[in-house]
Design a protein around this ligand. Sequence first.
Ligand SMILES: [Zn+2]
Length: 287
Amino acid sequence: MEQQPMTYGTDYKPIPAISATSGQGLEILPDLYSYNVRIVNICLVGHRYADNFVLVDAGMPGSADEIIAATEERFGANSCPKAIFLTHGHFDHVGSIMELVKHWKVPVYAYPLELPFLTGKQSYPDPDPTVEGGMIAKMSSFFPNEPINLGKHVQPLPSNGTVPEMEGFCWVHTPGHTPGHVSYFRDEDGALIAGDAFVTVKQESLYAVLTQEKEISGPPRYFTPDWKSAWESVKKLEALKPSLAITGHGLPMIGEELSKNLKTLADDFGRIAVPDYGKYVGQHHKH
Ligand SMILES: [Zn+2]
């Protein structure tokens, strides 16, 4: 691929937060591997030592070497994914993408509505440090929200729902947390890579993030501007009846634990997920 200039937002910087599971990888299925980069999960899809595998999301700023090392540990020295798929473009999901694209020279895919945030055209809304939650929410004013610019390295997901190089998966548009947020779903076995459409840790709480205490949650509050769409997206994912979920934050959830919790979240999103106060919530979202 010809070299194209790429830039991070000017507000990009390392964020000093580390969870108990940072640096840990989990093989959820023989071809589904989740790896925790400080406070966010990336996912490698493909069997161990396979040639054809892909990466979903790109971790925190400054974690490219760690992601490459985790990839090589699973797929062998100098292994290289066929492509990188993004759930969305928040800094903790694209934090190391430029270095990864330069190193691997692979294409990046995202949903069309997310492209303005990945090509330097549009900033995300400011994070909301006043939102109900905890210490991470309060710290969130330091979180980068300016767009990165991947130029021609990023391209739109095919409109027919398929995911190139990630056979058996389809993308599911799950807006709310961001306009072009997608989750990836495999119908055959019900595997779901949810991104931040919902998560399994209270991401606003420093204590919960540090300990990775498992608890189904809506999308991270400080970065979610559209709660109505976020609720619809959770209902959409619940209707797929996933058998397991790897979420952007928190530990994977499987089987009955997932189905019960996701149903509760979909039914009672106003109470569980929508914060009681914050600049992106109105009272009508609670009902
Ligand atoms: Zn996010």
